[in-house]
Write a protein that binds this ligand. Sequence first.
Ligand code: GLY
Length: 535
Amino acid sequence: MTSVEIRQQFLDFFASKQHKIVPSSPIVVKNDPTLLFTNAGMNQFKDYFLGNKKSEFSRIADTQKCLRVSGKHNDLEEVGVDTYHHTMFEMLGNWSFGDYFKAEAIAWSWELLTEIYKLDKNRLYVTVFEGDEKEGIPKDEEAYHEWKKWIPEDRILFGNKKDNFWEMGDTGPCGPCSEIHVDCRSEQERLNTPGKNLVNNDHPQVIEIWNNVFMQFNRSKGGSLVPLPAQHVDTGMGFERLVRVIQGKQSNYDTDVFTGTFNAIENITAKKYDGTDTKEAIAFRVIADHIRAIGFTIADGQLPANTGAGYVIRRILRRAVRYYYSYLDHKQPLLHELMPVLATQFETVFPELYQQIEFVSKVVREEEEAFLRTLDKGLKRIDDIVQATTNDIINGKSVFELFDTFGFPLDLTKLIAAEKNLQIDEAGFALEMQQQKNRSRAAATLDTEDWIVVNEEKEEGFVGYENNLIQTRVNKYRKISAKGKTQYQLVLATTPFYAESGGQIGDTGWLEFGDETVEVTNTKKENDTIVHFAK
Ligand code: GLY
């Protein structure tokens, strides 16, 4: 089965169970201050769970673009190093808004996996929530009872709050959950170690593929759990993992979700992906993963920037650039060349990238060029810093220099340092950053001294319609400092300088004091007084 067929079968299956199939919401979240990016399929339905809005449909299913690189769900460090975490991934999901609950959700997930996708029942394990005394939530006996109808009891495992109580973020809808794991190891390995010992133990071949959340609470800002007005189902299945399991591969990257991109990288760089753990193979995986996060977030309206969501994208992009530069020995922009391959692959699933391919490719190319301009110098500088580091930690000042001068995001420096068995002083970096912010704030503040009156003569005002050159006197002056520069403001008894007003630019010119000439850079009216700005 191809990945396209697998996705379609999921949607068809839930359509046959009276679910409305809806499009993915954007990966960039604009209207929820608790999130930067969509981190789960349920995000767009948050208000339905909380009872703030009523859904037109009580059952919905879709495939959702998700990004888990910040906040409560953050997988960035694992991406590329292992074979089953991603920055951007597709989450297949089905939802019930106050309609069906545990019995149907469990029965259907079993039916889809074992009858439609025909996964081997003997390789599946499920987990249910063991309860939590502190939160006042009992063991999920109901889910256990429902699973018993389908799977032998020794394959039903109880899990703690970390694995079996799903929360969207620090606040928001949440509830006990039941995960489905699959053991992809060889027969021999399975005989040696039972799969149940490896569930939720970071084993690359014993992986979670589907999570069924039973939404029952809202985590309030104060931390307490408030029961929701109704009970709902929220499920999330990692599409890339599912495809890998169905296609019988050892790695998500060996599936047809990624092979098109890998072929393109091989053609452009003349390197060959061998699926190992070498830096070169990791670089292939990082690039193939990261271009999806970059492409789809830009297509959804988030440009790379220096703050917020835009900086997350810039960090991901720079991480990818560093991998091809250092490990594929490719010194020109590469990512933008892969965008059309990605856009064509997803033309009918997430058409927004295809529709804006020229724009997205241009943005990516410009970003790559900008970082490549400083990357080489930055990498040399980090080598010098490493040489000069006598303990195991790169000091905050150096980390800040790499950030400020060479555009190295903190996590990129951390990654490079880790490759050299070093750590970085993150607290020292934060201090340097704060000091720089203070300096810019100070530089941006206008420091105005008191007027010094040198002449009591009454100001006669503007005479510039008649004369451009006059003899006059300074009535008063004062010093102003801003952004580290000093200027003087002068008020003359009479002046030929027209003051800025009604869209007209204030006059500039010179004042002569004996042999000394002073440049007037602008003239403005302040409280009816004509003020000249002089250097
Ligand atoms: N909302 C279910 C999940 O993300 O696992």
